[in-house]
Design a protein around this ligand. Sequence first.
Ligand SMILES: [Fe+2]
Ligand SMILES: [Fe+2]
Length: 132
Amino acid sequence: MAISGILWQDLQHTELLRHVRILQRGILEQTLNDVELAKITGFLRWYVQMHFSGEDAYMVKHAYPQIEEHRLEHKQMTDQLEGLFGMLDDGMGNVDLHSCAALCVKLNKWYLTHIAGPDQKLATFIKAKGVN
Ligand SMILES: [Fe+2]
Ligand SMILES: [Fe+2]
């Protein structure tokens, strides 16, 4: 688990991981249903709005030098998730486990390539400004 030391950021990253684990278990055990899936996509929609704008506000406030690269990664992830959301069920309550697995892979990759990378760099920068 990548811990940045910025409390709100760590809590939200942890909450994302918790949802990824629920998704993963539901896929592996083939128990994922439309209600559970709606909770996960609802959380993810909240996350890309609130979490990304939270990090953005900190980047603006502290004139973070890599703001454009970081913003671009957030934008691409938001767009890719929106694209995946439309494929997760057939609109009649039947969950497509194959597409859900693709979402799960995407989220795990995001953890490794963004949360454990650029987000930790951002947190180090913010902490150096005396903020937590
Ligand atoms: Fe983050
Ligand atoms: Fe980020």
